[in-house]
Design a protein around this ligand. Structure first.
Ligand code: AMP
Ligand code: MG
Length: 289
């Protein structure tokens, strides 16, 4: 699939600055891509139906990005095609006091889906190694000295390991985790911020703090490179997708979700022979009413 090019599974380091933010180098035709997205959305819905009925495996889709890269619109346009009965979306915001008084995966555990369901994480525990690292928030944590006494590097190296182990634990407990980074360019982010300021219906999406984060754009790219490289694995890959053109991002995300659902178990449970006999009896009873 086209998205394979953007996949990181632990076999190579991630260097975002070498990856495109748009579709130019893939030489695709927009009309065809939009058509294929539509057909992927249909495939997704059919696969989800069987995946839900099967119920042996759970799927966690993580969306990470800088501001205005299109996380919300991806949830709306790509995941909107799924049956809401088997989907739960969680947006991870700045942790509140209760959340901060627990380990960083506590709130994640509460958002895990039952098997047969899909959880979409709009931001995730990856913020705990991204925004926290960029802003040195670990310095404000109230934790035992032994856990925060070492260097900053050591602190985050341990968190990468904890995340790798957590994802391995989930995989071994019949979950799949797929992680998507929406790679928007600094120029496109500026354009989208200006739209948010100019369009009254989009004002609510903009906050002054977004500019403070934008000032650290390069630092975020470096941190993402490190985080993606340290946490990509065969069973929980990262995809760093071009995000400047929403029609292309949506296509790639739809491919990834179809692929993930295809890899998950998705067999309609077959009734055993005795249950089948009873079904046939019920059919007869209904037909002879
Ligand atoms: P938004 O997704 O635009 O609604 O913003 C949510 C904000 O919460 C972002 O600025 C995130 O960086 C921030 N956030 C999410 N998780 C954490 C975390 N674990 N620690 C600190 N800030 C976080
Ligand atoms: Mg925001």
């Amino acid at each position: 699939m086209k998205a394979d090019k953007y996949c990181f599974d632990g076999s190579r380091p991630c260097e975002l600055r070498r990856l495109p933010c748009d579709s130019r180098e893939d030489g695709v035709d927009k009309a065809k891509i939009v058509e294929k997205t539509e057909s992927n959305l249909q495939k997704m819905a059919a696969l989800q139906d069987a995946f839900y009925a099967d119920g042996r495996e759970g799927l966690i889709l993580i969306l990470q990005a800088l501001d205005a890269a299109g996380k919300d619109s991806t949830v709306k346009h790509v995941m909107g095609g799924l049956n809401p009965q088997g989907v739960q979306v969680t947006s991870f915001k700045q942790p509140n006091g209760e959340e901060l008084s627990h380990d960083f995966l506590w709130r994640v555990n509460r958002a895990l889906p039952p098997r047969g369901s899909i959880a979409i994480f709009n931001r995730s525990y990856y913020e705990d190694v991204l925004v926290v690292q960029v802003h040195d928030l670990q310095k404000t944590y109230r934790m035992a000295p032994r856990t925060v006494a070492g260097s900053k590097e050591e602190f985050f190296r341990k968190r990468y390991r904890q995340i790798r182990h957590y994802e391995e634990y989930l995989y071994e407990n019949s979950y799949r985790v797929v992680k998507i980074f929406l790679h928007v360019s600094k120029e496109e982010q500026k354009k989208r911020f200006l739209e948010r300021i100019n369009d009254p219906e989009k004002n609510w999406k903009f906050s002054e703090a977004d500019l403070k984060e934008r000032a650290r754009f390069e630092e975020y790219l470096d941190t993402y490179d490190e985080v993606i490289t340290a946490t990509a694995s065969k069973h929980s890959p990262w995809y760093a997708l071009p995000a400047d053109q929403k029609w292309y991002t949506r296509y790639l995300v739809s491919e990834i979700v179809v692929d993930a659902l295809e890899h998950c178990t998705h067999d309609y449970p077959a009734p055993d022979p005795a249950a089948l006999d009873r079904l046939l009896d019920c059919k007869k009873a209904l037909e002879s009413e």
